[in-house]
Ligand binder design. Structure first.
Ligand code: ADE
Length: 239
């Protein structure tokens, strides 16, 4: 089997507790303001929302980015309390060839890793598996229509930039969003049996010649504002 698909549990009919994972403080602040989550918590309908941000490395002082820190922070949080739903919001690289532009939104259908290669029977399938996130096809369609978003595949890795091989993989798989945490969160949610949904906003175009970090920094505020404006509607539609 080339690319098996793991499936996360569906979103339950009643969601009382949502854990909202955002990788960077600069992404989380506008979302927290938009949700009125000044103390890191908010309420949407009957659901209690709790913001989870991995925070800064104590030595280097920069946000703990990337799949390893994402998985570690979520696994620790799940030990103390079990949410009904984990939501990931944040920025991503998008793809001009897929018709995406800066600040466009993607409601993620499934997640994979693009920088995992293990030339051993079975192990390669494990590291390259897709994980189908929790929203049903009709939930994906409804929330995407409400937000004016696309739905599709997101791919995660440890790097902000992309290699030529990875670009070819993105083309083959019709990837819409490239990020640094979602597939790792999906592994933790699968092992814990917790549903997961994700909303991504495009800060840079992976298949464009401009260096990724320059586009990322230039568009960060615009894109995080767009995600923040859509945050309550995204969660409200799923709970
Ligand atoms: N976050 C925003 N842009 C990204 C990119 N190009 N790759 C990974 N994560 C990102």
């Amino acid at each position: 089997m080339d690319r098996p698909t793991f499936a996360l549990p569906p979103i339950p009919p009643r969601v009382h507790r949502v854990l909202l994972f955002v990788a960077m403080r600069s992404e989380a602040d506008p979302i927290a303001r938009a949700l009125g989550a000044t103390d890191g918590t908010a309420r949407i309908g009957d659901a209690h929302i709790e913001l989870l941000v991995p925070g800064a490395d104590p030595v280097l002082g920069v946000d703990r980015l990337g799949p390893v820190h994402a998985a570690s922070a979520l696994a620790r949080a799940l030990c103390s309390a079990r949410p009904d739903l984990v939501v990931n919001m944040g920025t991503c690289g998008g793809f001009e060839s897929q018709g995406l532009g800066i600040a466009d939104l993607i409601v993620v259908r499934d997640a994979m890793f693009h920088d995992a290669r293990v030339a051993l029977d079975g192990f390669d399938a494990l590291v390259r598996a897709h994980t189908r996130l929790s929203p049903s096809a009709s939930q994906l369609e409804a929330v995407a229509e409400r937000l004016g978003a696309r739905t599709g595949l997101a791919s995660s890795g440890s790097s902000l930039d992309a290699t030529a091989d990875e670009l070819a993989l993105f083309r083959r798989t019709h990837t819409l969003a490239k990020d640094m945490e979602l597939a790792a969160l999906a592994v933790v949610c699968r092992e814990a049996g917790v549903p997961l949904a994700a909303l991504k906003g495009v800060t840079d175009l992976v298949d464009h010649h401009e260096p990724t970090h320059e586009a990322f920094l230039r568009n960060l505020t615009r894109t995080t504002d767009r995600i923040a404006q859509s945050a309550a509607a995204f969660i409200g539609q799923l709970v």
